[in-house]
Write a protein that binds this ligand. Structure first.
Ligand SMILES: CC(C)(COP(=O)(O)OP(=O)(O)OC[C@H]1O[C@@H](n2cnc3c(N)ncnc32)[C@H](O)[C@@H]1OP(=O)(O)O)[C@@H](O)C(=O)NCCC(=O)NCCS
Length: 259
């Protein structure tokens, strides 16, 4: 199986969206829109989403939140053939959002991540997914964060790398760990040092080892997602034997979802 997808693999979506059980779809969106489009997205949000947006201090963050959630609803609407504003969400015990009233066996699962104006959406049928994107920031204190959150094996691997590869490997590790805990939906109640992910640049993304249940590692697949510039991203998917398609969420003038 392919272990990563290159930045050039992101393409425009087909005109009809169809998702089989052995497929995972990723959508990438830029969280910048005209005021008119932001209002259109706002109109599709539930009251609870609108009040979350209102609680954000900076206007840029409010806009990005509205756009990210408006696009989430528009994308899910495509799969469910429903208008974005009629969709409703429920939340797991640690806050993972899911579609409400979905039939269990064949349910559409999704997860989203956003960082510095970019959002990624993972969509799958009948299997859990988790996704994480981080901006590759120079100012991050990688050693301090690694010492606090990574497993002893990951810390040792990171320290053994040449200095010029360490920052990228740090973000690869971070996003893989986050994608996995987001797929599990357990947030930080799942201790980050109880599993090891691969992080050496050039090696495939993988969940190497899980504790205390070693079989857990075999129940998940990890994949690196390459974005155009300055971002690192990873995807975790329940099970194996699935194929990946990566699309860009287009601008409204090129692609208008049904409202
Ligand atoms: C909330 C958390 C799930 C991810 O937070 P994050 O990385 O800051 O943010 P992301 O943009 O990647 O993801 C946020 C989205 O995940 C989803 N989400 C929320 N809770 C979730 C959960 N328990 N499981 C999966 N997804 C969840 C939501 O859709 C949320 O979007 P929203 O806030 O717009 O509604 C959580 O794992 C967390 O707090 N992580 C930080 C852990 C950390 O400090 N790691 C250090 C290095 S490994």
């Amino acid at each position: 199986m392919e272990s990563s997808i290159s930045a050039s693999a992101w393409s425009a979506p087909p005109s009809t969206i169809r998702l089989d059980r052995d497929e995972v779809h990723i959508w990438q969106a830029e969280l910048e829109e005209s005021s008119a489009q932001i209002y259109r997205y706002l109109d599709t949000l539930a009251e609870e989403e609108k009040s979350r947006a209102e609680r954000l201090y900076f206007q840029r963050d409010r806009h990005r939140f509205i756009i990210a959630h408006g696009i989430l609803r528009a994308i899910l609407g495509l799969y469910l053939d429903r208008a974005p504003h009629v969709l409703s969400f429920c939340y797991g015990s640690h806050g993972k959002p899911a579609l409400e009233f979905e039939p269990v066996a064949d349910a559409i699962h999704f997860n989203i991540s956003h960082s510095h104006g970019v959002a990624l959406y993972a969509i799958a049928r009948g299997r859990e997914v988790g996704i994480d994107v981080e901006r590759n920031r120079r100012e991050v204190d990688a050693d301090q964060i690694a010492a606090r959150f990574f497993s002893p094996r990951e810390i040792a691997t990171l320290r053994g790398l040449p200095a010029d590869l360490r920052k990228y490997a740090f973000f690869a590790c971070w996003t893989r760990k986050e994608a996995y805990i987001k797929a599990r939906g357990e947030g930080l109640s799942l201790p980050l040092d109880q599993f090891d992910v691969s992080l050496i640049p050039g090696e495939p993304a993988a969940l190497l080892c899980t504790r205390p249940d070693p079989d857990e590692a075999g129940r998940w697949s990890l994949r690196e997602l390459a974005l155009a510039s300055g971002y690192v991203a990873a995807l975790a998917v329940e099970g194996r034997g699935w194929s990946l398609s990566c699309w860009r969420w287009p601008r409204p003038h090129t692609y208008q979802p049904r409202y």
